[in-house]
Write a protein that binds this ligand. Sequence first.
Ligand SMILES: Cc1cc2nc3c(=O)[nH]c(=O)nc-3n(C[C@H](O)[C@H](O)[C@H](O)COP(=O)(O)OP(=O)(O)OC[C@H]3O[C@@H](n4cnc5c(N)ncnc54)[C@H](O)[C@@H]3O)c2cc1C
Length: 549
Amino acid sequence: MNNLKKNGRKLIFDYIVIGTGPAGSVIAKMLTDDKKTSVLVLEAGENNDRDEPIRDSTFAPELEESFFPQYFWQGEGVPQEELDERTFEWTTGRLSGGGSSINGEQYVRPTSVVFREWERLLGPLWSPGRAIRHFKRLEKYNGETNNPGAHGFKGRIHIRQAPVNPTVMAEKLVTAIELATGFQEILDYNDPKTPLGPFTRWQLYQKPNGRRESASTAFLSSDIMTSNGHGIKGRKLRVLYKSTVLRVLFSNKRAVGVEFLKEGKCIRVFARKMVIVSAGINSTQLLMLSGIGPAQLLRKAGIPVLFNNPNVGKHLRNHTLNFAVFTTNPNDRALPSDDPNALYTGGAFLPNPTPGADPKRREVQLVGIGSNSSLAIAIIFLRPRSRGSIKIQNNDPMKIVLADEGFLTIPGDLDTVKNIYKIYIRNIAEELARIDPAYRLMSPTPEVIDDDTQLEEFIKQNFAHNHHQQSSLRMAPLQRGGVVDRRGRVHGVKNLVVADASIFPFTVDGNTAAPAYLVGYTIARQLRLRNRYFRTHRNKSKRYGEYEE
Ligand SMILES: Cc1cc2nc3c(=O)[nH]c(=O)nc-3n(C[C@H](O)[C@H](O)[C@H](O)COP(=O)(O)OP(=O)(O)OC[C@H]3O[C@@H](n4cnc5c(N)ncnc54)[C@H](O)[C@@H]3O)c2cc1C
């Protein structure tokens, strides 16, 4: 076993951050802004920011389909009982920027309805007003809006609204959705005043020239660190790639460091203040390997129990994903010829169409994906009740976890997806065909939609995975299913924080990268406040909770 050493002494940092996804990268940058705090970041993957498939946004669809081993974790979930025992990929980005370096680039903030739930459970730190303030500080918005007060224009994350001029295909789809649902076209779905309706322009994680903006390009860029991971201009940042953390080290229930694998060597490194786990879909496994989790499971795996918390790995959630495919008019382009980086052909956010559901709550996301010969609508149900779980198999960090996403295990979820086809898709198909008869619903056919048994079968066969894994380490009080408190501090131990999509307390009503950035930003601010407080108040007897912003 090696200790990472400098001048023969073991190397100690103020913080160790595990992972460079949206949450980890923001935290690493923010904690080192003061040029006093030292941070070591450990990332299993490499820095691939310069690779064409990562930089060039037009590769996004291919990345999402092929899961190239050089950029993705390779894994599979357990067979899904309600989906005829089918298995789905259990993966995300394994490279600098994590999922943000390979994802579909859609920038979608959760609505205020979601943050009101977070606030009720966790207090004002997670209120809708504060969330919007934080998003504004993070983003550099490059697009149109009727509510400039809702956007930020000076943050580090470039957001490009695209395309400027919608294609005829996008316009036809949006008109059809307007007519089919009664919701008017909206300009800016991230404006809290217009969370529902169809639109021709997505907001994308892209620089003004259409190149991908990831957590790596936004927060670990050349003005922050050198290409080999050294902070510049006095920034006490060190990023080590190809460094896979195996477990967190403790002394009397206090996290003091981590053990990681780098190029065949097992190395130990230490943290004075805190270890921050931002490993995304792997955070649950790391906690369990470190002795935090359901006692019975840990004992069976041969891991000494540090803190028995049955909530660890228990509340895994994901959105559902299905498709409807239309023929198109060969004269209609899916994307403007001068802007292939726009990626999508319109879309919509809508309420659950089931009679009795809240008509003001966003629960459905439709994404137009056009090509020369077809228009697919990706259908995402954003508020499924089904829950899954993550379990380790034994104490071997290299052994894949048993990730059971529990898709459609609560029957109401299947009913909602059926209603989306029966009400929204059926009506959109009719309106589209009225606008232009060349647009015909091919899959599922209207006959399948009208037959309950066939529709159910279609949904199960057609079901896809959309990589919005969240909530397996819920941020909530222990008695209410929590693993971390409102500042991400792990219950039952000291100096250990989790900050990433795994701590979302309630399912978000859109894609998951924006709230992961927000979680990182909010927790980093809290850590900075704590540092500032301890620096200025020598009397450390007061708890920093009293000095929250
Ligand atoms: C194909 C795909 C498409 C998606 N499309 C969209 C989209 O269009 N819009 C959107 O908002 N979201 C999208 N998402 C989801 C989004 O990218 C994730 O929710 C987001 O990246 C989560 O951020 P995070 O900080 O929680 O973790 P991650 O982004 O997963 O980052 C975790 C990092 O930790 C590293 N890591 C993990 N384990 C270890 C370890 N043991 N040691 C060291 N490092 C480790 C990983 O390599 C990774 O870099 C998509 C995801 C995928 C996979």
